[in-house]
Design a protein around this ligand. Structure first.
Ligand SMILES: Cc1cc2nc3c(=O)[nH]c(=O)nc-3n(C[C@H](O)[C@H](O)[C@H](O)COP(=O)(O)OP(=O)(O)OC[C@H]3O[C@@H](n4cnc5c(N)ncnc54)[C@H](O)[C@@H]3O)c2cc1C
Length: 493
């Protein structure tokens, strides 16, 4: 019986085992992994140079690794500072029961049907189970990602972080948390949503996020929080988008007495514009547009904001103690010994605990791994007029990336090697669209990044590849009567 049919009939663990077999067979049919074609190089110490170092093995990093193996770029390492199963936000700081995106998402499969989420789910719950599924459970998404990684045979080095990357001739020298120094031709920073700047804490006269006095009292919503300690507490939340609401709900469900979510806006943003541009033409085409279009699209997107999923709002609405306060910006936050005092535009509030649901910053100066390069990273501010950059200060801070997600030098020639670092995270949206952050764009993003790396590696070795072609001997005709040895051949050898 065909493996695929078999996998549809079995369910649960048995179904998954059958699907694994079927997926591996599909990969074999695609000649995966392709033979490595990149010539070996050695560093000044005689060690083999890595062709690509992928930093981060969340959804993006693992899909890049799989894409490189498919392309025949096998001399890679994929490092991840967290332990296995703690990559990305899914079972740590994400606090929503289901994904926002629709269930039929693809991406980590890179076009192989038996590696899709749907295949993974149907293998365990059958076609009927799939029909009944509303949206993907958060932890299912993590389990699915780990399953894909295992099936495609991607080796991830967990517990290994990149500390810094520096120029080293025509190579990059990476210092790892293990103390190891490695040389690589390319580095891909697939280091997550916070990988282009870190958490965003708004600036208030009396609050310093670096001051340990905030511990236990003020958290960013994407930090680890022990919700059991919030029982009976009154909580102030700055922000009304998805993460802010899901944190407020998690606190209330854990026994907090009240959670009040504040916004500067007069009401919730109403339309998720990115839904309307989630189709191949836009996803492929946006990064190929001229600067004026790209700037127009994302300055609009950033200003429009995105509503929280209705499921999160309904989750909050049902909980006694949950409320929104619109048109009430915060002016100051003071941590005192028994709580936090918040001065708002409308009055003074006292909370036991405060949560900042204020998202991530884009600030290349805060990406410590690339400290030695960051002053020379070209930003969108460098590509627009001073007036435009001032009027759109957030957009202006995004890096201005090249067509393969590579950094571009602000002053050409000052930081050799910068163009060999590819930024595959949220920081790339202004240049490329949302191809390295949200799930729907992942397929397009990896299929842009991997060919760009492949192209650059090939061009870097073109003389050698051409020489190999000239020297190639292939005794195709040896078994016949018409074979002519090289030294007796006429014309081009
Ligand atoms: C709460 C939350 C909910 C989301 N829900 C959705 C959704 O429903 N739909 C959707 O499309 N998108 C969603 N997203 C957006 C996006 O899909 C996720 O952020 C996703 O995790 C992005 O994958 P990633 O690989 O870029 O980042 P991550 O999954 O965060 O992976 C990055 C990895 O890099 C590692 N790392 C960082 N720095 C280093 C270093 N120096 N050395 C080694 N390793 C390093 C980190 O440990 C991390 O594991 C959500 C994001 C968040 C935060």
């Amino acid at each position: 019986m065909d493996d695929v049919v078999e996998s549809e009939q079995a369910e649960g663990d048995q179904g998954l085992a059958a699907l694994r077999k079927s997926a591996r067979h599909d990969l074999a049919r695609l000649n995966y992994p392709a033979a490595n074609w990149v010539p070996e190089r050695t560093d000044p110490d005689g060690q083999r140079v890595l062709d690509v170092l992928v930093v981060g093995a969340g959804m993006c990093g693992q899909t890049v690794g799989y894409g490189l193996l498919r392309e025949g770029i096998g001399n890679i390492r994929v490092i991840e500072r967290e332990t296995h199963g703690r990559e990305g936000p899914w079972n740590t700081t994400a606090r929503m029961p289901i994904l926002r995106s629709p269930k039929h998402l693809t991406g980590p499969d890179l076009g192989v049907p038996s590696l899709t989420f749907r295949a993974w789910y149907e293998a365990q719950h059958g076609a009927g189970g799939w029909d009944k599924l509303y949206k993907i459970a958060r932890l299912d998404w993590l389990a699915y990602l780990l399953w894909v990684r295992e099936v495609v045979g991607l080796k991830v080095e967990n517990g290994v972080g990149l500390l810094k990357v520096e120029p080293a001739g025509d190579l990059l020298r990476a210092t790892l948390s293990t103390g190891e120094i490695v040389h690589a031709r390319k580095v891909v920073l697939a280091n997550g949503r916070d990988g282009s700047g870190g958490f965003r804490f708004p600036s208030f006269p009396s609050f310093d996020p670096g001051n340990p006095v905030r511990h236990g009292r003020v958290f960013h919503t994407l930090e680890e929080i022990d919700f059991a300690r919030l029982v009976g507490k009154r909580i102030g939340v700055l922000g009304v988008l998805a993460t802010a609401i899901d944190n407020a709900c998690t606190a209330l469900e854990a026994g907090a007495a009240e959670a009040v979510c504040f916004a500067r806006r007069p009401h919730l943003p109403q339309v998720n514009k990115s839904k309307g541009v989630s189709f191949p033409g836009f996803q492929r085409g946006q990064g190929m547009l001229d600067d004026d279009w790209r700037w127009k699209i994302y300055t609009y997107m950033l200003a429009a904001g995105s509503p929280p999923p209705h499921e999160s709002v309904l989750r909050g609405q049902k909980l006694p103690g949950f409320s929104f306060r619109f048109a009430e910006p915060w002016l100051d936050v003071v941590v005192d010994k028994d709580g936090v005092t918040v001065k708002t535009a409308k009055g003074t509030e006292h909370f036991d605990v405060v949560l900042f649901g204020t998202g991530f910053d884009i600030d290349m100066g805060r990406v410590k791994e690339i400290n030695s390069f960051s002053p020379n990273v070209k930003l969108w501010a460098d590509a627009r007029s001073a007036e435009e950059a001032e009027a759109n200060a957030e957009a202006a801070r995004y890096p201005y990336l090249g067509p393969g997600f590579e950094f571009v030098e602000k002053v050409p020639g000052r930081t050799p090697g910068l163009g060999n670092i590819h930024l595959f995270n949220w920081g790339s949206i202004l240049s490329q669209g949302a191809l390295a952050g949200d799930i729907p764009g992942l397929f397009f993003g990896v299929n842009r990044l991997v060919p760009a790396i492949s192209n650059a590696l090939f061009r870097g070795d073109v003389a050698r590849h051409v020489q190999n072609m000239v020297e190639l001997e292939d005794p195709e005709l040896a078994p016949t009567d018409y074979f002519v040895p090289r030294n007796k051949r006429a014309g081009t050898l």
